[in-house]
Design a protein around this ligand. Structure first.
Ligand code: XIL
Length: 380
C-alpha cells in the first residue's frame, strides 16, 4: 500500500474514533448548556420545584453529561442512597459524612432545594441494628441518629423525609423493628427529634401507594395523630413509583385534596413510570417466582416500541396536567433518577432488566415524554 493511502486510512480511522468518543462524552443530544430557557426547572418555576434523585457519581460530578444536565434541568435534589442509615451511620458510634457533605455542598453550589432522605426507615439499615435487643437501646439509636444527622445539616437541608414507608398497603402500621420495639409513638418521637435537631427544615412523612384509598386513609390517621400531639409535621411525600398503566388519576387527585386538607404541603418525591410488567400484576404468578433472566419479563432490551413511548409520554402529560391544576398545593415533583440508564428500576423488582421510566434516555437525550411535559407550559 502506498504511504499516502496508509496515512489517509489512519487519519480517517482516528477521526472516526475521535468523533465516536466525543459523541459519547458530549452528545449533541444533551440539551445545550446555553439553552437555559428550555429546562424543566424554568418551565415550572412558578408552579413547583422540579427535582431529581442523584447517586454518588453524580454528586461527585464524575459523569460529565449529568454534571451539565442536573443543574440545568433541576432545582431540587434528593440523595438516592448516601444519606440512608447503612451508608451514613455504619456502626453504633461511627458516622460516615463524606458523601453527604459533598451532596449538601453540591446543592448549595447550584442553589438547589436540598432534600434529606431519610431518617427513619426499616430498609437499608446498618447490620448493627439487628443486634439491638432492648427498646431503650433502640430509642437511644434513633435519638442519636436523628440528632447527629439532622443536626449536622441544620439550616442546610431544606426538607427531611423524617419517616419513610411506615405503612402496609392496607393502611395498618408496618411491623418494623421500630414499631415492634418502640410502639406506635416512635412516629411522633421521630418528628419531635427532627424538629429539635433542625428547627428550620420542613418535615415530611414519605411513602408509596398512599394515593390508594386504603393506604391513604392509614396515612391520614397517622398524620392526624402526630398533629394532635402538637408535634411539627409539614408535608406528605407521595413517592409516585407508578407505571404507564396507572394508578387512576382520580386516586391521585383525591390524595392531593385530602392531604392538603390536613394543612400539609404535598410533594411527589420519587416519580418514575415503569414500562415493564411487575410480578405482582401477573395473575396467578407466584410472588416468590424468580424472573431473573426471563425474556418475558424483560421484553424491550433493545429499545421501547414507539407505541409504548407514546403511552409513557401520555402518562407523564396527564400527570403534569393534574400537577399544574393543583400547583398551589404542590411543593415539589422529584424524579427518582436522572436518566433511564441509571434508574433503580433496571434492577428492581427483577434484576438485569432494561426499563424506560424517566424523561431522559440513557444517553441523556430528552424523550417524547419530556417534550409533552414541556409543551404544557406556555413559552415565555
Ligand atoms: C432505592 C434506590 O434507588 C436503590 O438504588 C437502592 O438499591 C434501594 O433503594 N423508596 C425509597 C427509596 O424511599 O429510597 C428507594 O431507593 C426506592 C423506594
Amino acid at each position: 500500500m502506498k504511504f499516502f493511502v496508509r496515512i489517509r486510512i489512519l487519519l480517517t480511522f482516528t477521526a472516526i474514533v475521535f468523533l465516536q468518543h466525543s459523541k459519547a462524552q458530549n452528545p449533541s443530544s444533551v440539551i445545550k448548556k446555553t439553552d437555559k430557557k428550555a429546562s424543566l426547572k424554568n418551565s415550572f418555576k412558578n408552579y413547583f420545584l422540579i427535582g431529581a434523585a442523584i447517586n454518588a457519581a453524580q454528586i461527585e460530578e464524575k459523569e460529565p453529561n449529568a454534571a451539565i444536565l442536573i443543574p440545568q434541568q433541576f432545582n431540587s435534589i434528593t440523595p438516592e442512597n448516601i444519606m440512608k442509615c447503612e451508608v451514613i451511620h455504619p456502626q453504633w458510634d461511627k458516622y460516615n459524612f463524606d458523601l453527604a457533605d459533598k451532596y449538601v455542598a453540591y446543592g448549595k453550589k447550584n442553589k438547589m432545594f436540598i432534600v434529606g432522605h431519610t431518617l427513619v426507615w426499616h430498609s437499608q439499615l446498618s447490620p448493627f441494628i439487628n443486634n439491638i435487643q432492648s427498646s431503650d437501646s433502640l430509642m437511644m439509636f434513633m435519638t442519636n441518629h436523628i440528632n447527629t444527622v439532622a443536626g449536622r445539616y441544620a439550616g442546610k437541608v431544606n426538607s427531611w423525609d423524617v419517616v419513610n414507608e411506615a405503612l402496609n398497603d392496607d393502611g395498618t402500621l408496618r411491623k418494623s423493628i421500630f414499631l415492634e420495639k418502640l410502639g406506635e409513638d416512635y412516629l411522633r418521637k421521630a418528628f419531635e427529634l427532627a424538629a429539635k435537631a433542625d428547627p428550620k427544615a420542613e418535615l415530611y412523612y414519605n411513602d408509596y401507594n398512599i394515593e390508594q384509598p386504603k393506604k391513604r386513609a392509614g396515612a391520614i390517621k397517622l398524620i392526624k395523630k402526630i398533629q394532635a400531639s402538637g408535634t411539627k409535621i409539614d408535608g406528605v411525600g407521595i413517592q409516585a413509583h407508578w407505571s404507564i398503566n396507572g394508578p387512576p388519576l382520580q386516586d391521585i387527585e383525591n390524595s392531593i385534596i385530602e392531604f392538603s386538607a390536613l394543612g400539609l404541603k404535598i410533594s411527589f418525591t420519587e416519580l418514575d413510570l415503569t414500562a415493564l410488567p411487575n410480578p405482582w400484576d401477573l395473575k396467578g404468578a407466584d410472588v416468590n417466582q424468580n424472573f431473573e433472566g426471563s425474556p418475558f419479563m424483560n421484553p424491550y432490551p433493545n429499545g421501547l416500541p414507539d407505541s409504548l413511548q407514546r403511552k409513557l409520554a401520555k402518562g407523564y402529560e396527564d400527570l403534569f396536567k393534574l400537577f399544574i391544576k393543583y400547583k398551589n398545593k404542590i411543593e415539589r415533583v422529584t424524579f427518582w433518577g436522572v436518566n433511564d440508564g441509571q434508574s433503580w428500576l433496571n434492577g428492581w423488582p427483577i434484576k438485569g432488566r432494561t426499563n424506560y421510566p424517566l424523561l431522559f434516555d440513557s444517553n441523556f437525550k430528552p424523550k417524547l415524554a419530556y417534550k409533552k411535559v414541556m409543551a404544557l407550559v406556555p413559552k415565555k
